[in-house]
Design a protein around this ligand. Structure first.
Ligand code: ADP
Ligand code: MG
Length: 325
């Protein structure tokens, strides 16, 4: 059964589609019709990637701006289920900025951003928690299950998964109840993964013991911190842009930590890209082998990035930015 599933994924990728990940009668015809060489090449690439990642953990930040289309959402959840069925342990950390904005507008609560972080009054955190832990989280976990995977939605307050202190912005802004993640309860996440379950984490944190404040955590921060603490093999940030761009809007396929510091200093990297590159960097410094900032608007971006690079794990090579030491 497992082998058939793997082959079904291979087939779908050879076709350039992943409309199904479970075996179907059409499979044999597809196999016979497939270009033999390209099918074999794709199969070898996927087999290499799957073998190098089986039993390992990958963390995926699924961005609020990359989850606006229903089709993309379904494909993302199919990708998570397919990776699980290949024996790869997946943790999803989701955002929900646009969804929070809509609700803030509806209920008439104002908010603004400083340095890519949402300034978070207790009212803003209330709305963010309602939207993230309610609607967004449950939609993702249920769609992964519908695609044949297993997922449970949790927030960073559940079993104290994300323990935070109040973030002080380096430019002196008071960000309100924005949390800096100090402790990650990796034991709970590992126990879920051991049971074959993908934890889908909403980035609302709790305080350190004795502080029950609900903190708004940027989802990139949460994903990078979880990846670093759990010693993930990879962390991927799926977003609404091709990757990290230079001032002429050209993609950097690869960036080192030193280059990233310069690009933030000269304001090539600004706003919402800052927490992504910063926490991709911190994950790599803690031993994560690959950190990818990838275009989540591409259909099946997750599957292509994780399996498309083969055993060396350097991504599909067709887009996105890889952050290295
Ligand atoms: P997400 O929902 O994925 O977290 P964000 O809006 O927070 O999305 O962050 C991605 C945004 O960062 C891009 O859409 C872009 O506007 C902005 N950005 C700032 N600097 C850069 C850069 N150098 N390269 C790419 N995007 C950048
Ligand atoms: Mg963001």
């Amino acid at each position: 059964m497992k082998i058939l599933r793997v082959v079904a994924v291979f087939t779908a990728l050879a076709q350039g589609t992943l409309a199904f990940v479970t075996p179907r009668p059409a499979f044999r015809t597809t196999f016979l019709l497939a270009e033999e060489d390209s099918f074999a090449d794709a199969a070898l690439t996927i087999a290499g990637a799957a073998a190098s990642l089986r039993g390992q953990t990958i963390v995926v930040k699924y961005g609020g701006n990359a989850m606006t289309s229903a089709e993309l959402k379904t494909m993302f959840c199919q990708d998570v289920a397919a990776l699980q069925n290949l024996g790869i342990r997946v943790i999803v950390v989701h955002g929900g900025g646009p969804q929070i904005n809509q609700m803030l507008e509806k209920v008439g609560v104002e908010s603004r951003f400083e340095g890519g972080m949402r300034v978070s009054s207790p009212e803003v955190v209330d709305v963010a928690e309602m939207v993230l832990c309610g609607a967004v989280n449950k939609e993702i976990s249920s769609k992964i299950c519908a695609a044949g995977g297993r997922a449970i939605g949790v927030s960073g307050r559940d079993d104290r998964i994300l323990q935070c202190v109040k973030e002080i912005n380096k430019d002196g802004y008071d960000l309100g109840n924005v949390g800096r993640v100090e402790v990650v309860n990796t034991a709970t996440l590992s126990q879920l993964l051991d049971c074959g379950i993908c934890p889908v984490v909403s980035p609302i944190g709790t305080g350190l013991p004795g502080d029950e404040t609900a903190y708004n955590v940027n989802a990139d921060v949460a994903a990078g911190r979880i990846a670093g603490e759990i010693k993930a093999a990879r962390v991927l940030f799926l977003t609404d842009i091709a990757g990290v761009l230079n001032k002429d809007k050209e993609l950097f396929p690869k960036l080192s930590i030193a280059e990233i510091k310069d690009l933030i200093a000269d304001e090539t990297i600004t706003g919402g890209m800052i927490p992504k590159v910063s926490f991709a960097t911190s994950a790599v410094e803690l031993g994560v082998q690959g950190a990818f900032i990838t275009d989540g608007r591409v259909p099946h971006a997750l599957l292509k990035e994780v399996l498309g690079g083969g055993a060396d794990g350097m991504g599909s090579g067709t887009g996105g930015t890889v952050v290295t030491l």
